[in-house]
Design a protein around this ligand. Structure first.
Ligand code: 26V
Length: 824
């Protein structure tokens, strides 16, 4: 048996074939002659799971026997996508399975298409969590991901006459072969009710929370398979259920029907993922979701700790680190305090000392509308005891920390208080997270600096060593090896096959950047990937695109700060130039968008509509002669990203400087050889450092210039009156040119850029953006020069593997040891 590999022996093609048929008969109850693709897919998953479960048992036993310190990743979101090809690749049986299935007369790609995306996240934050658990398993770090087992993930997007329609996502309507229900580990949690103050025989005050509701949390475990079968960790997702129906005191609480209604309410907690990204709605159900999964997870951690260490709490911070993925799980801090003080009878100081050595907090955004606040009134209703505990945390913080550094300074107290004293008093979850954590990090160098300078400067004065940076990363297993098999093969052949677990190896590929044979091979692969994508585009949108055009891709949530409308203005500028000059010389370009808008975000939906209407016009205008095509792909999600990214020539990363915390799509696209057109924002800055100025097209105001411009007063109207191209384009959008018979239908964009004051400086960056695009075009005209730049982008992305991010977390935050897994 190979040491440090959780999965012992891998199956041969023949063994896999037999196992698939065995499961087709024994688990699916069907037969080779009548099995549906769905049944074949399930049988194959079951066959693969035999090896996954081997690795899982070996990993869990080893961690238990060695009583390892572990990190517990707390996240409201995990954007996993599909698991089939990922698990096959990571176990190392993808090729064997492909052959086995072919011998059974099946195409592995058709089976992959049977799986629904597991879309339990909105965007960057959720996908980052998914990449991180992949890396933690690959690097053999003891780690558990905790989250919510949503019945409905992120909505499915359709377009109706160019407008976004949301449809429910029922990803596990017919079950999910990758998850295991663990009723033996159910937890119970409480909400609502009131707090009673009592005194014991010694006269010591004791708070007793009498809950209004009790809810069951049922855990579902999803094995997380490390690359080449290293560790198999778990993602544990909680589903809410009514606590035992017959225990309800139905006669006192209003009767049978009322009890049934309460049961239904309990089960709504894990029903649906909130689809807002970057806007805090402050809804009661969302707070209950946060508390539900934090409480279940903490109790699960404590049960495991006690099994190994008994009732002695002193080693708890040695054994347990908890990473808060944004402030969404911050209620875990007062919950652990409650468990320690109220239930374990620990003194406040000892309990607080434990908390402050357990929690660490990652900030993912600076946008004010995304900073979570809960009204004190709501908190008191849902979690009355936790509100008291937060008050006490705050009181001690203000007296023992703030007043010591700034004696008598009430302004500082007002600014730093966890409670915002406004008309409606609010609990500031960011403040609570910083005060309760031993480390706080941003997700790219510049973002971490801004967290310190703009968000929490006084907290830095109090605790300078608390703040650090961990630049994001992406897993090269999913985002290169699995999604771009042609490029993966070329890399294997030229630099060896170690790069998926040691991405710095890609640097060796830079030596081939000038090699004509490698350039040709690289460009041929891009061409094939583009042809594949063109087929997908045709099927999904009925739009024909030419694989020889530049494929220019912007894929990310729709948000003003990400500036999809800046991209649109550039498209309109090109279209206008073509109409003004029928012979306008340009390299044909296909603009591809993928984006979902939050259902309540009006302007974002108007931008989608405008892009779709402009696309319709341009794509059907003979005068364009195929120099321009615009495609808005419906229902952008992980699985579509996997098809678009390998086919991209140009990557649009055009957020207003200072607004995109990091970005991770930027990394995936560059890794697959796309050239970035980008601002000096988030991780773009670090990408530019890695690839060098010849291999990226940077434009726009810097963070400092943005701040200076806004301080002196930005007047978007000036750009409108002084730039005839801007004026013509914005006026054009107001006519009925793109919406025949309905003038004004696309006027929302112009209104926001002028009357609305252009909060994201679209007009200020416009001409600089146009020039950056012209530079990219001139680069593309030299195909060999382009090949070199594209190769160098792939070769120089080594820094952006999520393995490096995780090693940074381990060194700067978690202080974990890797654990080699032994087999039974
Ligand atoms: C906020 C809210 C507010 C309440 C409703 C639900 C909800 C869901 C998510 C969020 C915050 C999302 C923050 C986020 O996704 N940030 C992104 O994080 C990425 C990973 O660090 C980073 O690459 C992106 O730049 C950043 O926008």
């Amino acid at each position: 048996a190979k040491a440090s590999v959780a999965i012992a022996a891998l199956p041969s093609t023949e063994e896999l074939k037999n196992s698939i048929i065995k499961h087709l008969h024994g688990s699916l109850g069907t037969d080779v002659n009548k099995a549906s693709p769905q049944a074949w897919w399930r049988a194959t998953c079951a066959a693969v799971n035999e090896y996954v479960y081997d690795g899982l048992r070996n990993t869990q036993r080893t961690h238990y026997l060695q009583n390892t310190r572990a990190v517990h990743y707390f996240s409201l979101e995990y954007l996993m996508g599909r698991l089939f090809s990922n698990n096959l690749h990571n176990i190392g049986v993808y090729d064997a399975a492909k052959v086995a299935l072919a011998e059974l007369g099946l195409n592995i790609a058709d089976l992959e298409d049977q799986e629904e995306d597991m879309a339990l996240g909105n965007g960057g934050l959720g996908r980052l969590a998914a990449c991180f658990i992949d890396s933690m398993a690959t690097l053999n770090f003891p780690a558990i991901g905790y989250g919510i087992h949503y019945e409905h993930g992120l909505f499915k997007q359709e377009f109706s006459d160019g407008r976004q329609i949301e449809r429910p996502d029922s990803w596990r309507e017919y079950g999910n072969p990758w998850e295991i229900c663990r009723p033996e580990s159910i937890q119970e949690i409480s909400v609502y009710g009131y707090v009673e103050t009592t005194y014991d025989l010694q006269g010591k005050m004791k708070k007793v929370w009498h809950p209004g509701r009790i809810i069951k949390g049922v855990p579902w475990d999803i094995p997380v398979v490390g690359y080449q079968g290293s560790s198999v960790n778990v993602l544990r997702l909680w589903e809410s259920r009514a606590s035992d129906f017959f225990n309800w005191d139905v006669f006192n609480s209003g009767g049978y029907i009322d009890a049934a209604r309460q049961n239904i309410e309990a089960e709504t907690i894990s029903k649906v993922l909130y689809p807002n990204d970057e806007t805090d709605a402050g809804k009661e159900l969302r707070l209950i979701q946060q508390y539900f999964f934090c409480s279940c997870s903490l109790k699960d951690i404590i049960r495991r700790y006690k099994r190994a260490n008994g009732d002695d709490w002193s080693k708890f911070p040695q054994q347990v680190a908890i990473q808060l993925n944004d402030t969404h799980p911050a209620v875990a801090i007062p919950e652990l305090m409650r468990i320690l003080v109220d239930r374990a009878d620990m003194g406040w100081d000892d309990a607080w000392n434990i908390c402050q050595h357990v929690f660490a907090y990652t900030n993912h955004t600076l946008l004010p509308e995304a900073l979570e606040k809960w009204s004190v009134r709501l908190f008191e209703k849902v979690l009355p005891r936790h509100l008291e505990i937060i008050y006490e945390i705050n009181r001690r913080f203000l007296v023992e920390q703030v007043d010591v550094l700034w004696p008598g300074d009430n302004d500082k107290k007002r600014k730093l208080s966890i409670i915002e004293e406004s008309h409606e008093p609010m609990v500031r979850m960011g403040h609570l997270s910083v005060v309760g954590s031993f480390r706080v990090n941003g997700v790219a160098q510049i973002h971490s600096e801004l967290v310190k300078s703009d968000l929490f400067p006084e907290m830095v004065a109090l605790w300078p060593d608390k703040f650090t940076n961990v630049t994001n990363g992406v897993t090269p297993r999913r985002w290169l090896k699995a999604c771009n098999p042609r490029l993966a093969k070329l890399l294997d052949e030229t630099i060896g096959d170690e790069w998926p677990r040691d991405l710095k190896q890609l640097e060796k590929f830079a030596a081939f950047a000038d090699d004509p044979a490698i350039q040709d091979a690289f460009m041929a692969i891009k061409q094939q990937n583009k042809a594949d994508l063109a087929t997908v585009v045709k099927k999904l949108t009925n739009i024909s695109i030419d694989p020889h055009a530049i494929f220019d891709v912007q894929i990310k949530r729709l948000h003003e700060y990400k500036r999809q409308h800046l991209n649109l203005l550039h498209i309109l500028a090109l279209y206008r130039r073509i109409l003004q000059n029928p012979d306008y010389d340009m390299v044909p370009r296909v603009f591809l968008f993928g984006a979902k808008a939050a259902p309540g975000y009006k302007l974002a939906k108007e931008i989608i509509y405008a892009i779709n209407k402009v696309a319709e016009k341009i794509n059907n205008d003979k005068r364009v002669k195929n120099r321009l095509k615009v495609v808005f792909m419906p229902n952008y999600r992980v699985t579509l990203a996997e098809k678009m990214i390998p086919a991209a020539d140009v990557s649009e990363q055009i957020s207003t400087a200072g607004k995109e915390a990091s970005g991770t799509g930027n990394m995936k696209l560059a890794l697959n050889g796309a050239i970035t057109v980008g601002t000096l924002d988030g991780a773009n800055i670090e990408i530019a450092e890695e690839v060098g100025p010849d291999n990226i097209s940077i434009f726009g105001l810097t963070v400092d210039e943005v701040k200076a411009l806004q301080a002196k007063g930005y007047h978007s109207w000036d750009y409108y009156y002084q730039d005839t191209e801007i004026k013509a384009i914005l006026d054009w959008l107001e006519t009925d040119y793109f919406t025949p018979g309905k003038p004004g239908e696309l006027s929302a964009i112009k209104r926001s850029l002028l009357e609305g004051g252009d909060p994201y400086l679209v007009l200020a960056d416009f001409q600089s953006y146009v020039k950056a695009q012209e530079k990219v075009e001139s680069w593309y005209r030299d195909q060999s020069g382009w090949a070199k730049k594209a190769i160098l982008n792939t070769a120089l992305m080594g820094k952006f593997t999520s393995d490096r991010s995780i090693e940074d977390y381990v060194e700067r935050v978690w202080k974990l040891d890797a654990c080699k897994i032994s087999q039974d």
